[in-house]
Design a binder for this molecule. Structure first.
Ligand code: SAH
Length: 250
C-alpha cells in the first residue's frame, strides 16, 4: 500500500545531542514516517550514538537530508508546522498535535508537508518560526512544558499514525486548492520589501515591524499560484509606475 506519509517530513533544527537524532529516527519509523531532514545539526552526523539509538531505524539516518538552513529544508513545502514548547507572545495560530495531524494527513495526500522541531536548549528562533504556517504545542502540565526532543517527535508521529488509522482508505480528501511552496512566498516577500522601499512606503530605518506583519498576513493566507502571480504582477506594475514617474518628472 502507498504510504500516506510519503510527502510528510520531520525536520530537526540545530540538534545538539546525536542520541536525539537516533531516537527521532526510531520514533518516526515505528509510526510509518521515513523522511528525516537535519538542519545544521550541532551533533556530529553521522554518529555512532545516533545509530545506536535508532536501532532498526538506521536506514532513516542513512537517507536523512542534511541542510544548512531551514529554508533549504522546507522550501518546497506548502504546509509547515512548527512545534514549540513555548507559547508566550507567538503570533501564529496554535494547534494541538491531534488537530495538526488531521490537517497534515489530509494535505499530505496532495503536497509536501513539514513538521519542524527546534533545538534542545532554545527551540526555534523567531526567524525560523516566521516560516511556519501554524504552531503545534503538545499540552503539558503547567509546571513544566518542555518535552525531550525525540519524545516530542514521538507524540506528533503517534498522532499522525492515529489520524491515518481513523481514516478509511480513500476518504481523506486532499484540499481543493494548492498553496504555493514556502520558497515562492519568500521570493514574493523579498520583492515586496524592495518595492515598498522603492516607493517610500517602508522606512529603511525601521523595516522590521511592517515586514513582519505583512509576512504574517501572507503566511496566513497561503496564496495559490494564481494569487501569487497576481501579487507579483502588482509589484511589477508598481515598480514600473514608480520608475516611470521618476523619469517623467526628471
Ligand atoms: N527550552 C526550549 C525547549 C526546547 S525542547 C524552549 O523553550 O523552546 C526541543 C524541541 O522539542 C522544541 O523546540 C519543540 O520542537 C519540541 N517540544 C518540546 N516540548 C514541546 C511541547 N510541549 N510542544 C511541542 N513541541 C515541543
Amino acid at each position: 500500500m502507498h504510504s500516506p506519509f510519503q510527502k510528510t517530513r520531520i525536520v530537526l533544527v540545530g540538534t545538539t545531542h546525536p542520541g536525539n537524532i537516533g531516537a527521532t529516527a526510531r520514533a518516526m519509523k515505528v509510526m510509518g514516517l521515513e523522511r528525516l531532514y537535519l538542519v545544521a545539526p550541532q551533533a556530529k552526523f553521522p554518529s555512532a550514538q545516533a545509530t545506536a539509538l535508532a536501532t532498526s531505524a538506521d536506514d532513516l539516518l542513512k537517507q536523512a537530508v542534511v541542510t544548512e538552513t531551514l529554508t533549504e529544508a522546507i522550501g518546497d513545502c506548502r504546509l509547515v508546522l512548527g512545534t514549540t514548547a513555548r507559547l508566550r507572545s507567538l503570533p501564529l495560530p496554535v494547534m494541538d498535535p491531534r488537530v495538526a495531524a488531521g490537517q497534515a494527513l489530509s494535505e499530505g495526500q496532495a503536497h509536501e508537508v513539514a513538521f519542524v522541531f527546534g533545538r534542545e536548549n532554545s527551540g526555534l528562533t523567531n526567524e525560523e518560526t516566521r516560516l511556519c504556517h501554524y504552531l503545534v504545542n503538545i499540552p503539558t502540565s503547567k509546571e513544566y512544558h518542555s518535552l525531550n526532543l525525540a519524545q516530542a517527535v514521538q507524540v506528533v508521529t503517534y498522532e499522525l499514525h492515529m489520524a491515518m488509522l481513523d481514516e478509511q482508505p480513500g476518504l481523506v480528501e486532499p484540499p481543493d486548492w494548492q498553496p504555493e511552496p514556502i520558497e515562492r512566498v519568500e521570493f514574493f516577500i523579498e520583492r515586496l520589501e524592495k518595492t515598498l522601499l522603492e516607493i517610500g512606503f517602508l522606512n529603511p530605518d525601521q523595516p522590521k515591524r511592517l515586514m513582519q506583519r505583512l509576512r504574517r498576513l501572507f503566511q496566513r493566507a497561503r496564496p495559490d499560484e494564481n494569487e501569487l502571480n497576481i501579487l507579483n504582477g502588482i509589484l511589477s506594475a508598481t515598480r514600473e509606475a514608480a520608475h516611470g514617474r521618476k523619469t517623467d518628472h526628471g
